[in-house]
Design a protein around this ligand. Structure first.
Ligand code: SAM
Length: 279
């Protein structure tokens, strides 16, 4: 077990991994963004998806077009501002749920994308409302992708997921049989549910596509540094307030590599769901 106890981070460690950049690059390429477009980047984080969008707006004459980042976390927007060309980018602090009251004019954006974040909206009615707001503000295409959905596990990843949390409990000297607190799943909706939600919101030509990527343990180690993920996967243990969020996070970080070793694998497959639709 590692010696140092990490604190849960307030940046996005997953976004910086080569596999994450590869996934964003691949899906952004599918969107077909044209150079002089206006693009809305929902749940923009530290700007990893915006950087990729900008690749499609750059021409020999410079950048034509504009990206609007929408992100609730001020600290993440600060990172995004420090790495993006602010003459062609603007940052708005807010949740996707705020889009309705932000009152963007109809067809304000040619494209809207939501990279690795649509799963954060849990309530079905709220999903419908958010999708309707995005549809209203978008002219040509909306695309979203996420791995936190019910079709995510492929092959031995289901086995990994079970062993991962179990191993983290054991790393903390806890008895999973008696002290384990039920995990909340972020993976409640699947491709069919998302398609139905898009259609309810009035989108048409809805396309859903599952793409499998091979993830090394570093991907799960990065995911285990997200506070909200840890709160769901390994909720607080009653009577053990000394086992803080940071300690649970570190236990999951350590357990990821241990379980890969135990399964004798270097990578494990996991699906991402890519969805696109016309407003
Ligand atoms: C995993 S990051 C993805 C960042 C970036 N789009 C990317 O692809 O790397 C998810 C982001 O969604 C943001 N987020 C969480 N709930 C949200 C919501 N309801 N509306 C918009 N963004 C949200 C988080 O703050 C976080 O920055």
């Amino acid at each position: 077990m590692a010696q140092t106890i990490t604190t849960v981070v307030d940046y996005d460690p997953f976004a910086e991994l080569p596999i994450s950049r590869h996934i964003i690059k691949m899906f952004t390429a599918r969107v077909g963004i044209q150079p002089d477009s206006k693009v809305l980047d929902v749940g923009a984080g530290t700007g990893a998806s915006a950087l990729e969008i900008l690749e499609y707006l750059n021409t020999d004459d410079g950048c034509e077009g504009h990206v609007t980042l929408l992100e609730p976390e001020a600290k993440l927007l600060d990172v995004a501002r420090s790495r993006l060309p602010m003459d062609v980018v603007d940052c708005t602090q807010g949740f996707a749920q705020d889009l309705a009251k932000m009152n963007f004019a109809e067809d304000s954006f040619d494209y809207a994308i939501w990279s690795n974040g649509i799963h954060y909206v849990e309530d079905a009615d709220v999903v419908d409302e958010v999708l309707r707001s995005i549809r209203r503000a978008t002219k040509t295409k909306f695309a979203a992708w996420s791995t936190f959905m019910s079709d995510a596990y492929v092959g031995r990843t289901a086995r990994f997921a079970g062993l991962w949390v179990l191993t983290a409990y054991r790393n903390l000297g806890l008895d999973p049989k008696t002290q384990r607190v039920k995990s909340e799943s972020l993976q409640t909706r699947g491709a069919a549910d998302w398609r139905a939600a898009f259609e309810r919101a009035g989108f048409h030509d809805v396309v859903t596509h599952l793409e499998t990527f091979e993830l090394g343990p570093e991907a799960y180690q990065a995911i285990a540094r997200f506070g909200d993920y840890v709160e769901n996967a390994m909720p607080p243990i009653p009577d053990r307030p000394d086992i803080t969020l940071g300690i649970r996070s570190q236990a999951l970080v350590d357990a990821a590599e241990q379980v890969y070793d135990r399964l004798g694998v270097k990578t494990l497959p996991r699906n991402w769901l890519y969805m696109e639709a016309a407003p």
